[in-house]
Design a protein around this ligand. Sequence first.
Ligand SMILES: NC(=O)c1ccc[n+]([C@@H]2O[C@H](COP(=O)([O-])OP(=O)(O)OC[C@H]3O[C@@H](n4cnc5c(N)ncnc54)[C@H](O)[C@@H]3O)[C@@H](O)[C@H]2O)c1
Length: 350
Amino acid sequence: MVSRLPRILAEVTPSDELAAAAFRLAADHGFSVYDAAYLALAEARNTWGLTADLNWEVDMAGLLDGKVAIITGAGNGLGEAYAKLFAREGASVVVNDLGGARDGTGADRSAAQKVVDAIEAAGGKAVANGDDVSTLQGGENILKTALDNFGRVDTLVCNAGILRDKTFANTSEADWDAVIKVHLKGTYCTALPVWKWMKDNGGGSMVLTSSTSGLYGNFGQTNYGAAKAGIYGMVRVMAIEGRKYNIRVMGLAPGAYTRLTSDLPGRAGKEPDPLSLPENVAPGVLYMVSDLAADHSGKVLGVSSRGVREIKMLQTGGFQPGRPYTAQEVAEHASEVFFQNAEERTAQTA
Ligand SMILES: NC(=O)c1ccc[n+]([C@@H]2O[C@H](COP(=O)([O-])OP(=O)(O)OC[C@H]3O[C@@H](n4cnc5c(N)ncnc54)[C@H](O)[C@@H]3O)[C@@H](O)[C@H]2O)c1
């Protein structure tokens, strides 16, 4: 509901000062514009003695009012930002997080609980779940948490993730298995029980988290890239199968400053760019799960400080001989086989 505040602010008098104050606050302090708007509204209550705002907050519908959302790995980083924004938009949220370290070792239920506490303190509804997404039992327990507490599920964001980066030559079997298990199998284990429930109960929306590391490739991440490309495949197939059950499935390639990415070249030891914080990815994901996304399904959006854009698989016109051909002929037609113009190359690697 609070997310409506920027629009509300634009309608109140003196609106310009309020809206300007909110956006200045956001820019100066790296707040999400929603948090900034909330602070500006509080300030306005003191400065101009506004009182009607409370009614507006109650009356204005949020994008997810009455909906139930499950977000995995929501104890930190991107998932935490999604959980807080979804709750502000009226959703009851299952905050799942195993609470381990960045490499997937350990467990600590307080990771999920602290996000639930923050949501509840802000007037939202949420419940913590500490199950491991990488087992089917874990996935079933996560769905059960939603059904026991809120009676239904409308949205699932598969977001939980770990990293064990190594060059391919140095990737151990244990590192390979751990990363594939949390990301790829974890997406299967969480999505399957929810899918079955949605299939029997009118449908819903899912966002499965892929990565440019899998879609384009990235040095030192064969295990992670393989898992994330596998998730892209899940999005494509599940979207086709989900149409008749009214289940929309979107893929996400996020980019944000979190504990997974804080040590990337150029970032280590520096204050993060406010635009790169997870709060600036969350509105893109809110769009994807909400009715605003209409019937978009099976599509991947890149969402980062650079904004929101679709990423898709492309193919060239190719060499089409229509008869048996030789390897030498393929070489002779290389300019038709491979992308040639600069724009297509950019599209391929952006
Ligand atoms: N940050 C980025 O720029 C970026 C880029 C591409 C993809 N991603 C993906 O976005 C997702 C979120 O990443 P983040 O950057 O917010 O990282 P993060 O480490 O801040 O959050 C990931 C969360 O997942 C939880 N988790 C890990 N294994 C789990 C398990 N087995 N069961 C339940 N919870 C588990 C962790 O405890 C952690 O809280 C991940 O899937 C990641 O691969 C992030």
